[in-house]
Ligand binder design. Structure first.
Ligand code: GLN
Length: 309
């Protein structure tokens, strides 16, 4: 079975690679602007512990907003449904760092996968403790999920974003003004910038997402990570909101719950089958990897892993 999947990965990789000079690397975070735009990796993690990889699938990159899926999982695990007091679960139809809805909707972000929603989620996870403790908790969670202790937070990226994060500061202050942040703005933001600076390879990211394809249980270790109900909820939110104003297009073309990051990574979940991660730094207008989405579309069509199949 994994030989056949490897062939599909190789074909999708070869096809998508021809588009590698299209898309634009995120440059509003200076450290991300330095990344080689021609990098391209892909990895599928399977429930028997096997992997199918291609290209730069073992090179660590900045996972950025893909981290929001994992902090949502942690928030549901630790705080249960109370997280929905802080964030909604409707698509925003706006860009990832948009502020417009926050005013008319009284500082409650539409969903946990836009920046405002992720900042509010991380703020709730801090739960009266320190930003450092929550960052350590997130890092440990990611190392466990990836089954790899080498997963790390790239301090250079976190510092770079903190130094250029006026937009996220605006979102956070706006929510704070409505009473929807429980900690000082800089406390919540410092944890948020660190989670976005998690550095992982496609292989590690796909492995980390595997529990979301198997009802909240890690199929390799057998560990129950989150409840089956929370897992369903996360997949639903990913499908509807994982790519901001490009979520409908991604669902249309790829047909799987997914989450993009401006580092060029995308994690997609094929329920009951596996998890797929791609990385190519050139982005489309919504901040989703241009080549990554082509590879995923090609792969899922060929192998029939769309949830609508
Ligand atoms: N750290 C980035 C930001 O807050 C994450 C955005 C993204 O990956 N879409 O702007």
């Amino acid at each position: 079975m994994s030989d056949e999947i490897q062939q599909h990965v190789d074909k999708a990789y070869a096809y998508a690679k021809t588009f590698c000079d299209e898309g634009h690397v995120a440059d509003y975070i200076p450290a991300l602007a330095e990344v080689d735009p021609l990098k391209f990796g892909m990895a599928v993690a399977l429930p028997n512990g096997d992997y199918c990889c291609a290209g730069d699938g073992d090179e660590a990159f900045s996972i950025q907003s893909v981290s929001k899926v994992f902090t949502l999982a942690l928030a549901l695990k630790c705080l249960d449904d109370t997280i929905w007091d802080a964030v909604g679960r409707e698509p925003s139809g706006s860009s990832f760092n948009s502020i417009v809805q926050l005013e008319t909707e009284c500082g409650k972000p539409r969903n946990p996968l836009i920046n405002a929603g992720a900042i509010a989620t991380t703020d709730r996870l801090i739960n009266g403790g320190s930003a450092e403790d929550v960052v350590a908790q997130i890092l440990t969670f990611m190392q466990q999920r990836a089954a790899d202790p080498t997963v790390y937070i790239d301090d250079r990226v976190a510092t770079s974003e903190a130094g250029s994060g006026a937009r996220n500061r605006s979102l956070a202050h706006f929510m704070s003004a409505f009473g929807n942040l429980k900690h000082p703005v800089e406390t919540s933001l410092s944890a948020y910038f660190c989670q976005c600076a998690l550095a992982m390879s496609c292989r590690q990211l796909a492995r980390a997402g595997l529990f979301l394809a198997f009802g909240g249980k890690d199929p390799v270790s057998g560990e129950r990570v989150i409840s089956a109900e929370h897992c369903r909820q996360i997949n639903a939110v990913m499908l509807a909101c994982g790519h901001y104003d490009n979520s409908g297009e991604f669902a249309f073309r790829v047909g799987m719950p997914g989450k993009s990051g401006v580092g060029g990574g995308i994690l997609t979940i094929a329920p009951g089958r596996g998890a797929i991660a791609v990385w190519s730094p050139g982005l489309n207008q919504a901040g989703t990897s241009f080549v990554g989405s082509i590879a995923l579309e090609h792969f899922t069509r060929a192998i029939g892993w769309s949830i609508f199949e």
